[in-house]
Ligand binder design. Structure first.
Ligand SMILES: [Zn+2]
Length: 105
């Protein structure tokens, strides 16, 4: 009876360790995702700083559209939907229509 109870306890413990192991794996994956996300944001920030320092619409009046186009070409959104964030899905219709409107004006 005593041995049986001990065996059950060990089996329960084994099950809990198994669950913890799975949880640990999930947490490790989340950390990995966060590290990747952080790295991506750092790169995005770095690129954004480079572009915005060379293309400042305020100090170079008249070429604002060119600057926006340049920023877009560098891979950033210039539309009001996702302004300043990295374009990861290729061309953005909002950005393109914004550029079109700006050129027409
Ligand atoms: Zn866009």
């Amino acid at each position: 009876m005593e041995k049986q109870s001990l065996f059950v306890q060990v089996a329960n413990l084994e099950e809990r360790i198994g669950e913890l192991y799975i949880e640990l794996g999930t947490l490790k994956q989340k950390i990995q995702d966060l590290i990747e996300e952080n790295q991506r944001l750092q790169q995005e920030n770095e690129r954004w700083r480079k572009v915005s320092s060379t293309a400042d619409p305020l100090t170079s009046a008249g070429s604002g559209i060119d600057n926006l186009y340049e920023i877009y070409q560098e891979g950033f959104h210039i539309c009001n939907v996702k302004y300043g964030s990295l374009r990861t899905e290729g061309e953005c219709l909002f950005c393109l229509s914004f550029l079109q409107k700006t050129e027409d004006a």
